[in-house]
Design a protein. Structure first.
Length: 294
C-alpha cells in the first residue's frame, strides 16, 4: 500500500470543535487558572512584619501551617461543619425532592419556588436574620423557653450548631435540585407495579427510589460540601471572631495581619483538601453503592 493511499484514508482533523471551544477555554484560563496560579505563587513568598512581602520563594508558610496544631483545629472545624451541613441537607433535601417529584402542577412549581427561596435572598440579610432567630433573646430560644422545654437559652450564636443550621438553610436547595433532576427518570408506575407485586413501601424506597436518587444525592453532596467548606459570610457572622473556619482565617491573614503569603497558603490548602476529600468520598460512595445494589 502506497504512502499516498494511507494518507488519503487517514481522517482529517476537524478544527471546528477547537475553534468553538477556544473562547470558553480562554475565559476559563483568565478567570480561574490565572488567579489560582497567582495565589499559588504568592503562597511561596516570605513575609516579615516590618518588611512586608519578601520576594523569596520557599515553603515556609506551608511548614508553619503543618507544624502548628492551631491550623489543624481550624481545618478540622471547617470540614466537620461541611460534613454536618451535607448530611443535614441530604436528610432534608432528598425527601423534599421526592415529594416535589410526586406533586402535580401548579403545586409543584409553587413549592419549588418556596424551596429555592433562600437562594433569592442576599447572603448577608439571610445570615443576619438567622442571627436574630438564634440569639439568646431570639424567637427560637424564646419559643423553647415558653414551652418549658429549656430553662436557659441555648447557645446557638458563636457555635458550630448555629453555623450548621444557617448554612443548611441555604444549601438544601442545591440538594433538592440535584435529587429532583435524578428522580425525573423514575416512572411512578414502577413504584405502583412493585406495590401491586407485594413489595412494602419501605422496600420500594430502598430498592427502587433510592438507587435512582443516589446519583443526585452524591452530586448534591459534592456541591453542598464544597460550598459549606468554602463559605465565608455565614461563619463570619454566626461564628464571630472566636469560632474561625479556613475561609475566615484566610480573610484575617489578608486584611488584618496583612500576611498575604500565609493567607494564600491557607486558601491553596483549603482548595486541595476540598478536592481530595470530595474525589475520595465520591469514589468510595460510588463503589459501596454499586456493591450494595448489584
Amino acid at each position: 500500500m502506497s504512502l499516498a493511499a494511507t494518507t488519503a484514508r487517514r481522517p482529517r482533523l476537524d478544527p471546528a470543535p477547537y475553534l468553538l471551544s477556544g473562547p470558553a477555554l480562554l475565559l476559563y484560563g483568565v478567570l480561574l487558572l490565572v488567579p489560582l496560579i497567582a495565589t499559588g505563587l504568592l503562597s511561596l513568598h516570605s513575609f516579615a512584619l516590618y518588611k512586608g512581602i519578601i520576594d523569596v520563594y520557599n515553603l515556609a508558610n506551608y511548614r508553619d501551617i503543618f507544624s502548628d496544631s492551631y491550623f489543624y483545629e481550624i481545618f478540622g472545624r471547617t470540614f466537620r461543619i461541611a460534613l454536618l451541613v451535607t448530611v443535614l441537607s441530604a436528610l432534608i433535601g432528598a425527601p423534599e425532592a421526592y415529594i416535589l417529584n410526586r406533586m402535580r402542577a401548579p403545586w409543584r412549581g409553587l413549592f419549588l419556588l418556596v424551596a429555592l427561596g433562600p437562594l433569592l435572598i442576599s447572603v448577608v440579610s439571610r445570615t443576619l436574620g438567622w442571627a436574630l432567630l438564634l440569639g439568646s433573646t431570639g424567637i427560637v430560644n424564646q419559643a423553647l423557653m415558653g414551652l418549658d422545654l429549656i430553662r436557659t437559652p441555648l447557645q446557638f450564636m458563636y457555635s458550630e450548631a448555629g453555623i450548621v443550621i444557617a448554612l443548611a438553610h441555604v444549601l438544601v436547595p442545591f440538594m433538592v435540585i440535584s435529587v429532583w433532576a435524578a428522580l425525573q427518570r423514575l416512572d411512578p408506575q414502577v413504584e405502583n407495579a412493585a406495590i401491586s407485586l407485594g413489595a412494602s413501601p419501605l422496600t420500594v424506597l430502598r430498592r427502587i427510589v433510592l438507587p435512582q436518587a443516589m446519583p443526585g444525592i452524591l452530586s448534591g453532596g459534592i456541591i453542598t460540601f464544597a460550598l459549606a467548606a468554602s463559605a465565608f459570610a455565614t461563619p463570619a457572622i454566626i461564628g464571630g471572631r472566636r469560632l474561625k473556619v479556613a475561609a475566615t482565617l484566610a480573610y484575617d491573614e489578608f486584611l488584618n495581619t496583612l500576611n498575604w503569603p500565609l493567607g494564600a497558603a491557607i486558601a491553596i490548602l483549603l482548595l486541595f483538601a476540598n478536592i481530595l476529600i470530595i474525589v475520595g468520598c465520591n469514589r468510595l460512595l460510588e463503589r459501596r453503592y454499586a456493591e450494595a445494589f448489584r
